[in-house]
Design a protein around this ligand. Structure first.
Ligand SMILES: [Zn+2]
Length: 358
């Protein structure tokens, strides 16, 4: 019953496309379910058509929060099932967000819905955000809300295959900029101009990044080039070429060190601008929250941290307990034919119910 309802809600959420917009429609669906079940829901506008929400179990300031994001990445490529139909086949729910993370949000909602006021653990809340995929922007917007200042225990339903992790890496988004003389393409400069300078810098960065795991204090860091831009006309040499780099680091004291390492790797002629930084998150595997989740799940807390960032970068302050636990395989996230086992969604709903139970 709980599991069926969780899958039904996840399916309904997939049927509301929220590719970097329109979270308001999904938030409304969630709000209606939570209000019907007697939760105190506050809708918070983030941007036009993009609503976030906080739902409280009771009047008291929340101390424990279950959270998920409502947006998804686009559904490019050829899919076996319509990515916004929420097809159930072969024991799985298919569609954009099935794993990341409408499966997890459906499980949270079903768990919350199943608990009447007398059964709900006091001081719990549910936070559903917009704009996570573009750098936890929605979470950054909601993090300062009065209602969240007393939260000391955070559970985010990102896909971990229902394993319990207590932390994740941080991410740094940088824009690299190379300069050169603008001019006529019929008289190219011998140094390749802005594009040539950027290309050489990126070659040096990739070469260095392939050995990054051996660098002092930078183990488990990664660097990926995720954007390139230059030129406005076929016959004009641009005066500028830019690249975007996504760098990930395991602990926050590694963040500035990693940026310095990138600066050294690309060379002094490349200017670097920090677009955004999402802090790493880490809690003790023996914290009460992880231990409780572990006993509900019937399996241990994993030593490793998630490789991706989550809204907890913005929501969870240092010293708070953090658990990342959700249905679905992270390798499904952002890919073609994203899907999530319906059994896993049901299992997550059972654990979330336990965490919300008095
Ligand atoms: Zn996600």
């Amino acid at each position: 019953m709980l599991g069926t309802r969780a899958v039904e809600l996840a399916q309904a959420l997939i049927q509301v496309p929220t590719v970097g917009e329109n979270e308001a429609a999904a938030a409304e669906l969630c709000a209606e379910a939570l209000v019907r079940a007697g939760w105190e829901v506050e809708r918070l506008p983030f941007a036009d058509g993009r609503t976030q929400l906080i739902a409280r179990a009771d009047d008291a300031p929340p101390e424990r929060c279950l959270t998920g994001h409502l947006d998804t990445v686009p559904a490019d490529g050829e899919w076996s099932h319509d990515p916004f139909a929420g097809v159930i086949a072969d024991g799985c729910l298919w569609g954009r967000g099935a794993a990341d993370m409408k499966g997890g949000v459906g499980a949270i909602l079903a768990a919350a819905e199943s608990l009447t006021l007398d059964l709900r653990r006091p001081r719990t809340c549910i936070v559903l955000t917009a704009a996570e995929e573009t750098g936890a922007e929605g979470a950054a917007d909601i993090a300062g809300h009065d209602l969240l200042q007393g939260v000391r225990e955070w559970v985010v339903a990102e896909p971990t295959d229902n394993r319990i992790l207590v932390g994740h890496r941080g991410a740094l988004w940088l824009r690299l900029r190379a300069h050169g003389r603008a001019g006529h393409a019929s008289a190219p400069p011998s140094d390749g101009g802005a594009i040539g300078a950027l290309r050489c810098a990126l070659d040096r960065l990739e070469e260095a990044a392939s050995k990054l795991t051996t660098g002092p204090g930078l183990a488990a860091s990664t660097v990926a080039i995720t954007g390139l831009e230059a030129g406005s006309a076929p016959n004009v040499l641009p005066d500028e070429a830019t690249a975007v780099v996504d760098a990930r680091y395991p602990t926050n004291d590694g963040r500035d060190r990693l940026q310095r390492w990138i600066t050294d790797a690309v060379g002094a002629e490349i200017s670097i601008e920090r677009i955004r930084a999402m802090p790493a998150v880490s809690a003790s595997p023996t914290c009460a929250l992880a231990v409780e989740a572990s006993s509900l799940l019937g399996s241990g807390v994993e030593e490793r941290h998630a490789t991706y960032f989550t809204d907890l970068s913005e929501l969870a302050q240092s010293g708070t307990a953090t658990v990342i636990l959700g249905p679905g395989d992270v390798r499904q996230a952002h890919g073609v034919d994203e899907h999530c086992s319906v059994e896993a969604i049901a299992e997550a709903a059972r654990v979330y119910r336990g965490l919300l139970l008095r």
